[in-house]
Write a protein that binds this ligand. Structure first.
Ligand code: ADP
Length: 318
């Protein structure tokens, strides 16, 4: 059987939540086009309310789309909803584990729901992989928050889906556990599982994801390989404190300058085009004396902010 080029494909995906007595109509997704390559670790980034959970809930079959087309592993969610759902495992944001089950029972129940035959179940293998082997018989209520979170990952994998979706997987998880969780996720990815994650931790996305889509107000504002996105950020800033505080930013040939509240100014330049040396030369050529100077590197946060601001529609949501 030929494997699909994309693990997930969405075309013109729209979701509008109907108005209720207390809430107005909400345009949560306004025409999302996304193609998530098979085998990738794909990051879905966006501020609160951007539409990430709505997108994931549609994939998981928990929320009905208003219009548009979605395929999971080449299976249209309208035409083959069961097959489409069988191709993904979803780790939800909220921890929801039955307190009266042991992890072993919890996985058995989940496998039962996916109709995984007993001899194909991998309960202990999954528990061991997630560092829960010695907790197989403990009550879930006795597990720590991090352990419960790992149990959720194990539950999402009981039917061995080719795509794993993690919704804010490391929110509230301490550094050590986060590493453990990521090691397992990376291991799954090495074995061929496509990983889709939403995160607020830009650093995490930057480190782990090979492709990142930025969503804002229900629209995709960027979707690029992480390296391309980072290359967009070849701008650097030089922050200058002049001998005499200034009241307006100086004009420097070839550079963008901005006045700082301190009376200093910033100079923005592109590393591919200019050097700090050239910036300094331009400052001196303008007859300015420098008292102090520092440089600032941008990170994904800067791109994120500039993209999401640029894309904010002026119209109010009604
Ligand atoms: P994110 O996961 O990126 O924070 P969501 O998908 O949760 O974003 O929300 C997108 C928008 O849809 C928000 O404006 C949110 O208030 C709205 N929304 C989400 N769920 C519902 C719902 N069940 N009913 C009405 N509006 C909703």
């Amino acid at each position: 059987m030929q494997l699909p080029e994309y693990a997930i494909e969405a075309k013109g995906l729209v979701k509008t939540y109907a108005a209720t007595k207390t809430t107005p109509q909400m345009h949560a997704l306004r025409g999302i086009d996304l193609a998530i390559p098979r085998g990738s670790i794909f990051g879905l980034l966006g501020p609160n309310g951007a539409g990430k959970s709505t997108f994931i809930n549609i994939l998981a079959g928990l929320c009905r789309k208003t219009s548009g087309q979605v395929k999971i592993w080449d299976r249209d969610i309208d035409e083959r909803p069961r097959d489409a759902r069988a191709a993904i495992g979803v780790v939800p944001q909220e921890i929801s584990a039955d307190p009266f089950f042991t992890p072993r029972e919890s996985l058995e129940v989940a496998a039962g729901m996916y109709a995984v035959p007993a001899k194909e179940r991998r309960t202990m293998e999954l528990l061991n992989a997630l560092g829960l082997g010695d907790k197989a018989g403990a009550y879930v209520r006795q597990l720590s928050g991090g352990m419960k979170r790992r149990l959720m990952v194990a539950k999402a994998m009981v039917h061995n889906p080719p795509v794993l979706i993690l919704d804010e997987p490391t929110a509230g998880v301490d550094v050590e556990l986060r590493k453990q969780l990521w090691n397992y996720v990376l291991e799954l990815n090495r074995k061929g599982v496509t990983i889709v994650l939403t995160t607020h931790y830009l650093e995490e996305a930057q480190e782990l994801c090979d492709q990142i889509a930025i969503i804002n107000r229900g629209q995709v504002v960027a979707c690029e390989p992480t390296t391309t996105l980072l290359r967009r950020m070849d701008t650097r800033q030089v922050l200058v404190t002049p001998e005499e505080p200034m009241t307006e930013a100086p004009a420097l040939a070839g550079f963008e300058t901005r006045l700082l509240p301190s009376g200093g100014f910033s100079v923005t330049y592109r590393t591919g085009q200019s050097t700090v040396e050239q910036v300094l030369a331009a400052i001196r050529a303008a007859g300015l004396h420098i008292k102090d100077i520092s440089t600032e590197d941008p990170d994904l946060e800067d791109v994120f902010v500039s993209l999401t601001y640029a894309a904010a529609p002026e119209a109010v949501d009604i």
